[in-house]
Design a protein around this ligand. Structure first.
Ligand code: NAP
Length: 248
């Protein structure tokens, strides 16, 4: 028996990168896992990987930035499994630019996906979790939300916003036995989001990591599995940096 046997989970942006690693890790602990992404095909391929681990899986196309798509996404999971124990708001994008060059569209796209997406999904999921008197909400932020980063004002604002959002949920939902926490990864260069960074940029960032190596998607996934488990029942409103010591 895994630590999450009998639980059902939804990982937004579970079709690749960190979200895929989180989905696989939760499944390895026995959870049934739903994933969503805008492109269905990649999500379906991950669903097949999840099923191969012996759990139930669900792949749905959904843009979390659209409340009209986030609501039906949560409803689909509830219709399939009757409950949603764990929500991982992982879907995220970047549209980097220096402040003076940043367009309104670049600002809106990042805030809409990274921050409003978490609001849309959490709101829909919380309704069911409140009724169940139990739930786990885990939001994937970034060390950039804590440190800031030149060229990423929109991204940093969205990720810092997630921290305030999460702490508010933690306070609002605690009496219903629902916890809300943030995992803030450092540099995870294996994934699509950081795929565009050149070697020099990665090396410069790595020089700020005391543990001296880049993060792996699995490093992040382990911490999410812990926060989702019964072992983390007394932890809420926290920001857990999984960053090799970058932020301390
Ligand atoms: P990634 O490889 O680019 O994957 C992003 C995932 O999100 C994909 O599955 C993507 O699928 C989905 N997605 C994007 N926009 C979406 C939307 N509007 N609705 C639904 N799904 C959407 O990114 P990653 O590097 O794994 O990052 C995952 C999370 O970790 C993000 O929140 C990111 O900010 C955070 N993070 C990453 C790093 C890093 O170094 N990689 C560091 C700190 C934090 P579709 O494109 O098909 O929608």
């Amino acid at each position: 028996m895994g630590t999450l046997t009998g639980k059902s989970a939804l990982v937004t942006g579970g079709s690749r990168g960190i979200g895929r690693a989180i989905a696989l890790r939760l499944a390895a602990e026995g959870a049934d896992v739903a994933i969503c992404a805008r492109q269905l095909e990649a999500a379906q391929a991950v669903a097949a990987e999840l099923e191969a681990l012996g759990v139930k899986a669900l792949a749905r196309p959904a843009d979390v930035a659209q409340a009209a798509q986030a609501g039906p996404l949560i409803q689909a999971v509830l219709a399939e499994w009757g409950k949603l124990d764990i929500l991982v708001n992982n879907a995220g994008i970047t549209r980097d630019n220096l402040l003076l060059r940043m367009s309104e569209e670049e600002w809106d796209a990042v805030l809409d996906t990274n921050l409003k997406g978490a609001f849309n999904c959490s709101k829909a999921a919380a309704r069911a979790m409140i009724q169940a008197r139990s739930g786990r909400i885990i939001n994937i932020s970034s060390v950039v939300g804590l440190l800031g980063n030149a060229g990423q004002a929109n991204y940093a604002a969205s990720k810092a916003g997630l921290c305030g959002f999460t702490k508010s949920l933690a306070r609002e939902l605690a009496s219903r036995n629902i916890t809300a926490n943030v995992v803030a990864p450092g540099l995870v260069p294996e994934t699509g989001m950081t795929g565009g960074l050149d070697e020099k940029a990665v090396e410069k960032l790595l020089s700020q990591v005391p543990l001296g190596r880049p993060g792996l998607p699995e490093d992040v996934a382990h911490s999410v599995a812990f926060l989702a488990s019964d072992q983390a029942a007394y932890i809420t409103g926290q920001v857990l940096c999984v960053d090799g010591g970058m932020v301390m």
